[in-house]
Design a protein around this ligand. Structure first.
Ligand SMILES: [Mn+2]
Length: 426
């Protein structure tokens, strides 16, 4: 379904005077403090985040999955849902596809659909963590499997994903490996790392020269004794051994509790080794909770590192890929994605407001309290009117979730696609 622009504008109109009042107040305050408000709005407008194709249906846990109805039945409908998100939020303009869940049956029609919605194809995702009818099982691993035949098959799958991505105009391949072992002695720790390195190197060689390889890490799950790429250091080591265009992907849920993720980001940016992000949030592990719902301060601190890294010339902002990676069980996924996009925008905006000159001076003078105040001043500010202004200027909804609910979008999707429709993926 498509949103009617007239209805969107009518709804925005009803919220306009209160928005103008709030935005005017904030803009005035920020200008007085020496901020370039138009410049800030332009930066917010330019910041776009890819949505993964698997986040559009109901997710699930290993205990169960509860359908929400009206889920996209094929790739075309997934693109339509992202089109809806784009129209409402103006915060996403690309999709990250998962193979084999999203192999296009007709490339020309998928491309023209994407083009008509203003959506491009972000990094491709391969899948060697499930069996889907291929000759050799991935039960005991894929790129790092002890058997060469399995490794070859997993490499060939990744090469196929690159080929599919080339046809769609994608420029990257994300590899997340479930490889590891459940019991001591099950796998050779050193050999499995070596085989993974060899396999990644083969995949790297198959990539076009303007592509990048994004390598994820994760400390545990689905394997619980050892994971071949458990942390950013191992990922970085592998990336450096395969080539310049291989970099580390940080998935916020792929850390042990209390890990200092902003420090990891700073370290990677220092080395120009950060490929991009998978945004989500977690309390205990890879919980796939909505970005910013648990640790908004952490998200803000991460953006502080990214912005200072790019302003200091450590790693270019444009070289980093932004994507949401979440699919939970209990929310309407489109509403969940709107919440995530909003929280990412808010955290980014707050980080833009940090007075870096003052912060650096505090750091140099050893003014611990002053440094903390610098961060808190930006973090505690309500920047929602700025984010809203950017969205309205781009033609989006003043209140995306409010408009989505007022328009009964889910009900209409259920009428169109059925209450039992099921999206491909987990
Ligand atoms: Mn991920």
């Amino acid at each position: 379904m498509k949103l009617s622009l007239e209805q969107l504008q009518e709804y925005n109109q009803s919220l306009f005077s209160s928005h103008q009042e709030e935005f005017g107040f904030l803009a005035n305050q920020l200008s007085k403090e020496g901020n370039d408000v138009n410049g800030l709005v332009e930066k917010i407008k330019a910041f776009q985040i890819a949505v993964p194709s698997w986040a559009l249906g109901a997710g699930g846990t290993r205990f169960g999955r509860f359908g929400i109805g009206g889920e996209p039945r094929d790739l075309e409908e997934k693109l339509e849902d992202i089109g809806l998100l784009k129209a409402l939020t103006q915060k996403t303009d690309s999709v990250s596809l998962h193979i084999p869940w999203d192999i296009p049956s007709d490339y020309a029609s998928i491309q023209s659909k994407a083009e008509s919605l203003g959506i491009s194809f972000d990094a491709m995702n391969s899948n060697t963590f499930q069996d889907y009818g291929q000759p050799h099982s991935y039960k005991l691993g894929s790129l790092g499997n002890a058997k060469k035949s399995v490794r070859d098959q997993a490499v060939a799958h990744n090469v196929e994903v690159i080929e599919i991505g080339k046809k769609l105009g994608s420029k990257g391949l994300t590899v997340w490996l479930a490889d590891g072992s459940n019991f001591p002695g099950q796998a050779s720790l050193r050999n499995s790392l070596h085989w993974t390195q060899e396999s990644l190197s083969e995949i790297y060689q198959a990539m076009p020269e303007d592509w990048k390889l994004l390598v994820e890490y994760k400390p545990y799950e689905p394997n619980f004794y050892h994971t071949i790429i458990p942390d950013w250091g191992t990922s970085s080591l592998l990336c450096k051994s395969v080539g310049d265009r291989a970099k580390v992907l940080v998935d916020l849920g792929h850390h042990l509790p209390n890990t200092n993720i902003e420090q990891i980001v700073a370290t990677l940016v220092y080395q120009d080794m950060l490929a991009g992000f998978h945004f989500n949030d977690s309390k205990y592990g890879d919980d796939d909770l909505t970005t910013g719902s648990i640790k908004p301060y952490q998200l803000f601190l991460i953006f502080c590192e990214l912005i200072s890294g790019s302003e200091d010339g450590a790693q270019a902002w444009e070289s980093i890929s932004w994507m949401i990676d979440a699919s939970h069980n209990t929310k309407d996924p489109l509403e969940d994605l709107m919440q995530a996009l909003e929280m990412i925008s808010i955290s980014f905006t707050k980080a833009l407001l940090v007075n870096r000159e003052k912060l650096t001076a505090c750091q140099m003078e050893g003014d611990v309290v002053g440094a903390q105040e610098c961060l808190q001043e930006a973090f505690q500010r309500d920047v929602r009117p700025l984010v809203k202004e950017a969205r309205i200027q781009l033609g989006g909804a003043a209140d995306p979730i409010g408009h989505y609910r007022k328009m009964d979008v889910r009900k209409k999707l259920i009428q169109e696609r059925g209450a039992e429709s099921r999206s491909t993926g987990l």
